[in-house]
Design a protein around this ligand. Structure first.
Ligand SMILES: Nc1ncnc2c1ncn2[C@@H]1O[C@H](COP(=O)(O)OP(=O)(O)OP(=O)(O)O)[C@@H](O)[C@H]1O
Ligand SMILES: [Mg+2]
Length: 406
């Protein structure tokens, strides 16, 4: 069985593998097409050359005479004489066959030497030219014409096609993946918000009855100062807080200005008596810094971090919460520092994914809820600030500070 975060990765890799197969397949195929077309284009240029040879050979034209051949072939080509002077072009510009002078085709647009020279350079770079022998006027022997040609528009387009296709597929996959995962996320959100609210709702009645029962017992047995009843009362209050936390999920909670140090200290005092006394707790730092907090939710954040720290420590150890601030940036830093087993660097962001756990009895939910509560409800940020295997870990919460004039 895969856990959710492994499953997500599996999906990602399957999609990527799929994209690679499509792209390499199409690259191979277009490459094959390009080669074939290039071969046939050279043949066409040769055929054109041969037909011109015949035309020239048939009459007693001088080689300096321009040659005009119209054909349906779209391979752009330029013919020069031995001196390198352009005598004919085809498939360039508007696709017409141009000639060096207006003698043959009076309507032909004027020959622009710069444009054709430029094209000639491109052709020279692309393909080996084709030479052909042309008979001169009677008694003058033979001359040469040289045919340069370049890839047709079609072939050029085809060469770029796989890259266009690659980008389209990449964009499509990215879009599909985002839509897919965001719709799944919002579905999960609804489930978890619903579950939390329902739990809070259902706990409400028995909790208030329990409170009433305790008061009744105190009355009935005249046990106002009974230690056991007092402890029971504390636990019921605690249950009430838990229910209150659940009921706050999903609705924007009210944030009120509080001194972070006091809130953290209160919670640490409550928490530390409930865990092994081999672990020492301390809260240090600036006592005046204030931030907008929702106490039940913020306590939950601190509780999750402290619980994880406790779980990471085997035997004796210490957990320190240090509060500091940056006046310039108007931020508060809450560092939860433990001397536990540490987190490998590669897992610094993974630990926040739901379902990631290394504990036998863990659900891997603690940190993902913590992240939600810090980011969604307190407009803050949480991350692993540093960690060293075997030495300990520091989690850092960053909150916006509220100015405290005192
Ligand atoms: N302070 C820490 N030191 C070392 N590892 C930690 C610490 N905090 C979290 N981790 C690692 O991150 C994992 C995920 O933590 P998270 O709180 O999300 O789940 P969990 O504690 O395993 O289970 P749950 O909180 O749902 O009961 C832990 O299993 C642990 O491997
Ligand atoms: Mg946990």
């Amino acid at each position: 069985m895969f856990n959710p975060s492994q499953q997500k990765n599996l999906w990602k890799y399957t999609l990527i593998a799929f994209a690679i197969v499509i792209v390499s397949g199409s690259l191979l195929y277009t490459n094959y097409l390009v080669k074939n077309i290039a071969k046939s284009e050279r043949t066409r240029a040769q055929v054109w050359a041969m037909s011109m040879e015949q035309i020239v050979g048939a009459g007693d034209n001088d080689i300096s005479y321009p040659i005009a051949v119209r054909d349906s072939v779209t391979v752009p080509a330029i013919v020069t004489n031995e001196k390198g002077e352009i005598t004919a072009t085809k498939g360039l510009d508007s696709g017409r066959t141009y000639i060096a002078s207006d003698l043959v085709d009076k309507d032909a647009p004027k020959y622009d030497p710069d444009y054709f020279k430029n094209e000639l350079e491109i052709m020279k770079a692309q393909h080996e030219p084709i030479r052909m022998v042309i008979p001169r006027a009677k008694g003058l022997g033979y001359g040469y014409s040289i045919i340069y040609y370049k890839d047709s528009f079609l072939l050029t387009q085809l060469k770029y096609f796989p890259y266009v296709q690659l980008s389209v597929i990449a964009i499509f996959l990215m879009l599909a993946y985002t839509v897919f995962s965001s719709s799944r996320r919002s579905e999960q959100n609804q489930v978890w918000v619903g579950l939390a609210k329902e739990t809070a709702h259902q706990l409400g009645t028995p909790i208030s009855s329990l409170m009433a029962w305790i008061e009744l017992i105190k009355d009935k047995y005249n046990a106002e100062d009974d230690q056991l009843l007092a402890e029971m009362g504390n636990d019921v209050k605690r249950l009430e807080i838990v229910a209150d936390r659940f009921s706050k999920i999903g609705s924007k909670p009210q944030l009120e200005p509080h001194k972070v140090f006091d809130v953290v200290s209160d919670f640490v005092d409550y928490f530390k008596v409930r865990v092994s006394n081999k672990i020492t707790f301390s809260v240090l730092g600036n006592k005046e810094l204030m931030a907008g907090l929702n106490i039940p939710l913020f306590d939950w954040v601190i509780e999750n971090l402290l619980k994880n720290a406790v779980n990471a420590i085997e035997g004796p150890g210490s957990i320190t919460v240090e509060i500091s601030g940056s006046k310039a940036k108007k931020l508060i830093y809450i560092d939860v520092i433990d001397t536990g087993k540490g987190i490998p660097k590669s897992k610094f962001t993974t630990v926040f994914q739901p379902g990631y756990t290394t504990r036998k009895r863990g659900w891997g939910l603690g940190l993902s809820l913590t992240k939600r509560m810090v980011e969604n409800y307190h407009d803050g940020h949480i991350s692993v600030k540093s960690s060293e295997p075997g030495k300990g870990t520091t989690f850092r919460i960053v909150l916006k500070s509220i100015l405290n004039d005192k």
